[in-house]
Write a protein that binds this ligand. Structure first.
Ligand SMILES: Cc1ncc(COP(=O)(O)O)c(C=O)c1O
Length: 390
């Protein structure tokens, strides 16, 4: 490999949440952090180069969006996903979670219902509740080790809702939804007048044998009834640059949303954001390919380790991205006991499955975007605690 993903980079004291906020979130710093979804890999050199050049200019005044940002996104989406998007259909937004709140503000009223599919990325629920809207759940079904959609329940729940937060690909389940599944959801949402917000932040990281389908690509009815949220932040490990974007084909929806953002200056990027994204999308593809190969090997390693050394644990093998939902239900621990097992016994920081809502109890989410040696240490720690349980 050209890039060295085995390198252990010290992240302590860089104001990063993963290492520097352990005390705040877990009450102790003495943990191996396998939690929040960024990677322990250096970003691609093309990103660092543009940022370094910009820093060395030494003037950080007001800035406009980088001229290459939109063309780079258009080319990337066409190349990676076969999705044809016009530049005018793209708009900047500083983060996907804030964008969820903005969508609720623009397109719903207090008390309106929002559909989501737990176990799912927890801010969907938190943002909805914080904004005094009501989450309605269509729980995913775990069938033969992979999540599936209960479409009858989906239709019944959709009929009550104004918005559907779709996690495409899914976090923490790792599902890459198929065109057929996306089409069925699109048809149901149109039938019941539910606006789809497709969060595609993990879209550029399908693993071997899987292909991401942008929701808006499954047909005109989907394209006209959806707001797609995307970012280079997970893909190239630049989440701290707070740079995301929305794509809206439907003119009326786009104008309404863009107006809301523009009036609050929420559509303006800080000066490091768009240049870094343009560089990543233009020059980062080789790095991404190698990163995904490395992550896939981490997933293989973990699957085999669990099979051999901790057979009472199971793992939902992700079809995309570097997050693994680990099935610890056979240990028969309560959520509190499971947290104690990982934090106090194994001393590995994971995200508790219950955080992701219904269906998450008994699971934890582990982040495999790390050097193999980190993963090995984490698995060893978990095994020592596991052996003590038996
Ligand atoms: C599905 C999903 N959406 C959104 C985000 C966060 O997006 P942002 O940092 O742009 O708010 C994450 C981060 O883990 C995620 O997994």
């Amino acid at each position: 490999m050209k890039y060295n993903f085995d390198e252990s980079v010290i992240r302590h004291n860089t104001d990063c949440i993963k290492y520097d906020a352990l005390q705040e979130f877990y009450g102790t710093e003495d943990l191996l952090p396998m939690w929040i979804a960024d990677m322990d890999f250096k970003s691609p050199p093309c990103v660092t180069e543009v940022l370094r050049r910009r820093v060395e200019h030494e003037i950080y005044g007001y800035s406009v969006v980088n001229a290459q940002w939109k063309p780079a996104i258009v080319n990337w989406l066409l190349r990676r996903h076969g999705w044809h998007v016009e530049e005018y259909e793209i708009g900047f937004v500083g983060g996907i979670v804030p964008a969820l709140a903005f969508v609720l503000e623009v397109f719903t009223e207090v008390g309106d219902k929002v559909l989501m599919q737990p176990p799912v990325y927890h801010p969907y629920n938190f943002v909805t509740r914080d904004m005094q809207r009501e989450p309605v759940i269509n729980p995913l079904l775990l069938v033969d080790g992979q999540y599936q959609i209960d479409f009858d329940d989906f239709e019944q729940k959709a009929s009550q809702c104004k918005i559907f937060f779709l996690c495409n690909p899914h976090n923490p389940g790792g599902r890459v939804w198929t065109p057929d599944e996306l089409t069925r959801m699109a048809q149901i949402c149109v039938r019941h007048n539910v606006l789809v917000v497709s969060d595609e932040i993990h879209c550029d990281m399908p693993l071997k044998g899987y292909k991401h389908t942008p929701f808006a690509m499954v047909g005109d009815i989907a394209a006209q009834n959806c707001i797609t949220l995307m970012a280079a932040s997970k893909t190239f490990n630049i989440a701290g640059l707070k740079s995301s974007y929305h794509i809206i084909h439907n003119t009326a929806l786009r104008e309404q949303f863009a107006r809301y953002l523009r009036h609050r200056e929420l559509d303006t990027a800080h000066l490091f954001a768009t240049e870094a994204v343009a560089a990543a999308y233009t020059h980062g593809e080789e790095w991404l390919g190698q990163m995904l190969e490395y992550v896939e090997a981490n997933i293989d390693y973990m699957q085999e380790y669990i099979r051999v050394h901790m057979p009472r644990l199971g793992m939902i093998r992700p079809q995309a991205s570097y997050l693994v939902f680990l099935d610890a239900r056979a240990l028969q621990l309560s959520d509190e006991e499971l947290a104690r097992f990982f934090i106090q016994e194994a001393r590995v920081a994971v995200n508790p499955g219950a955080l992701f809502g219904e269906g998450g109890s008994g699971f934890v989410r582990m982040n495999l975007g790390c050097p193999r040696s980190t993963l090995q240490s984490a698995l060893h720690r978990i095994k020592v605690a596991y052996d003590k349980l038996l």
